[in-house]
Design a binder for this molecule. Structure first.
Ligand code: SF4
Length: 415
C-alpha cells in the first residue's frame, strides 16, 4: 500500500475529493497519513466525513467518482483511492471503539437533550445515526429485520461485499451508544404518529425496495421476478439447466445475473436497450459478469413476454441510438421489423426501484414517482419528520445515500 499511497500527488485542488467524491472525503489528507504509516490516523481523518470507509472503499463506483476525477488518471492510471480507503478501515477492523475514539470529545462537548428516531438501518440510516450521535444526540434505530445494514446485506451479494465488513462497520457505529429496536416496520407494527410523539425528530431512511415494472404484455406471468425482491428475500427457484433473462443495465442487474449464474443457471442473458458504454453498472462488474460467461444483448428492447401460464419466450426488438434535441443521453429507438424471439425460463426485472406502497399512507407529501418530498434541510411536509436516501429519491449509490444521511443529521442537530 505504501507504493499505492506514494503515487498520490497530494494536489492542492484535489478534484478527487471536491468533484469526484459525493461525500467530499478528505482524500489526499488520508492518503498522506498512509504514506507516513499512520493508518489509524487515516481512518480518523476519513471519519470526519464518512462512517462507511470499509464499505465505500470496496463497492463505490470509483471509476465514476473519486478515481474518475484523479489528476493521475489524465495520463495514466488514477490513484487506487478505493483500495486505500478500505485499507485505512482494515487497520482498525477489530476495534469496535475506533469510531467512538474519533467522536468522543465532540460527543461530550455537544451533549444534547434531543432524542431522535431513525427508521431504517441501511447506509443512509446508519450514517445519519452516527452523525447525530456525534452531536451528542440520543439515537434509536427502528429496523424491520433482526440485523442492520439494509441493502448492504440483502441487496449486494456476498461475493461483492462480505457480511463481516458490514458487521464491523455496524459494531463501530453502535459503539457510539445508539440503541436499536429490531423487527419494527412502518406499515406493520410501527406507527409514525407514535414516533412523532415520543421523539424530537424522526428520520426516515427505509429505502426504495420494490422493483419497477416495464408495463409490457406478459409481465404478470409466473417466472417474471423483480430483481430487488429476488436479492432481498432470496426466493430463488431452481435454475439448474434453465435460461434466465435479466432486464436492465445497472448494478442490480449485474448482481442478479452473477448470483443466478452461481446458482447453476445454464444461460444468463442480460437484455439492455442501450449500448455497453451507456450501462449505469460499474465497468468492473460488467467485465466480471462477462468473464463468468454471462451473455449481453445490447441494444435490445422487450416487446412482450410469451407463455401460457409461465414464461416460455420473450419477444425482443433491436434498437438504434439516436441523439435527440434537449437530451444529453442517446435515446434508444426500436428498429422496425427487427423483432425476434428467444426461449427463456425466467425473467428478472432489474430496471430500477420504487418505494413500498405503504409510503403513500404515511400522510407525507410525495412526488410523482412516490418518493417523499423533502426541502433543502431534508425536512418532509411534517416539520418533525425528515427523510433521506432512496426513499426521498436521492441518487441510488451508497455514497450518495450516506451523504443524505449525514447532511440530514446536521440539519436535525440544529433544531
Ligand atoms: Fe491524489 Fe489523485 Fe486526489 Fe491528486 S487527484 S490528490 S493525485 S488522489
Amino acid at each position: 500500500m505504501k507504493e499505492k499511497s506514494n503515487y498520490c500527488l497530494n494536489c492542492k485542488v484535489k478534484p478527487c475529493s471536491t468533484k469526484g467524491c459525493p461525500l467530499g472525503n478528505p482524500i489526499p489528507q488520508f492518503i498522506e497519513q498512509i504514506k507516513q504509516g499512520n493508518t489509524e490516523k487515516a481512518y480518523e481523518i476519513l471519519a470526519d466525513t464518512t462512517v462507511l470507509q470499509g464499505i465505500c472503499g470496496r463497492i463505490c463506483p470509483h471509476k465514476k467518482q473519486c478515481q474518475g476525477s484523479c489528476v493521475r488518471g489524465i495520463k495514466g492510471e488514477p490513484v487506487s483511492i478505493g483500495e486505500l480507503e478500505a485499507y485505512a478501515f482494515d487497520s482498525v477492523y477489530d476495534e469496535d471503539d475506533s469510531l467512538l475514539k474519533c467522536y468522543e470529545d465532540e460527543m461530550k462537548k455537544n451533549k444534547s437533550n434531543l432524542k431522535v428516531a431513525v427508521v431504517g438501518g441501511g447506509p443512509t440510516g446508519l450514517t445519519a445515526s452516527a452523525f447525530l450521535a456525534r452531536k451528542g444526540i440520543q439515537v434509536t434505530i427502528y429496523e424491520k429485520y433482526d440485523y442492520l445494514g439494509g441493502l448492504l446485506v440483502h441487496g449486494i451479494p456476498e461475493f461483492r461485499l462480505s457480511r463481516e465488513v458490514v458487521q464491523k462497520t455496524v459494531d463501530k457505529i453502535l459503539a457510539l451508544g445508539i440503541q436499536v429496536k429490531y423487527n419494527q416496520e412502518l406499515g406493520k407494527n410501527l406507527l409514525l404518529s407514535d414516533l412523532e410523539k415520543e421523539y424530537d425528530a424522526v428520520f426516515l431512511s427505509i429505502g426504495a425496495n420494490r422493483s419497477s415494472q416495464m408495463g409490457v404484455e406478459g409481465e404478470e406471468l409466473e417466472g417474471v421476478i423483480g430483481g430487488n425482491e429476488l436479492l432481498e428475500h432470496k426466493l430463488h427457484p431452481n435454475y439448474e439447466g434453465k435460461t434466465v433473462a435479466i432486464v436492465g443495465g445497472g448494478n442490480v442487474a449485474m448482481d442478479c445475473a452473477r448470483t443466478i449464474k452461481r446458482l447453476g443457471a445454464k444461460q444468463v442473458k442480460v437484455i439492455y436497450r442501450r449500448a455497453r458504454e451507456q450501462m449505469p453498472a460499474e465497468d468492473k462488474e460488467v467485465e466480471e459478469a462477462m468473464k463468468e460467461g454471462i451473455e449481453f444483448l445490447f441494444q435490445n428492447n422487450i416487446v412482450k413476454i410469451i407463455g401460457k401460464d409461465k414464461v416460455e419466450k420473450v419477444e425482443l426488438i433491436k434498437t438504434e441510438l439516436v441523439q435527440k434535441e434537449n437530451d444529453t443521453r442517446l435515446v434508444p429507438v426500436n428498429i422496425e421489423n427487427s423483432n425476434y424471439e428467444i426461449d427463456v425460463d425466467y425473467i428478472i426485472m432489474a430496471l430500477g426501484s420504487k418505494v413500498e406502497p405503504y409510503v403513500k399512507e404515511l400522510g407525507l407529501e410525495t412526488n410523482q414517482w412516490g418518493n417523499i418530498k423533502i426541502n433543502e434541510e431534508y425536512q418532509t411536509s411534517r416539520p418533525k419528520i425528515y427523510a433521506g436516501g432512496d426513499l426521498a429519491g436521492v441518487k441510488s449509490t451508497v455514497a450518495w445515500a450516506a451523504y443524505s444521511g449525514r447532511e440530514a443529521a446536521k440539519n436535525i442537530a440544529k433544531i
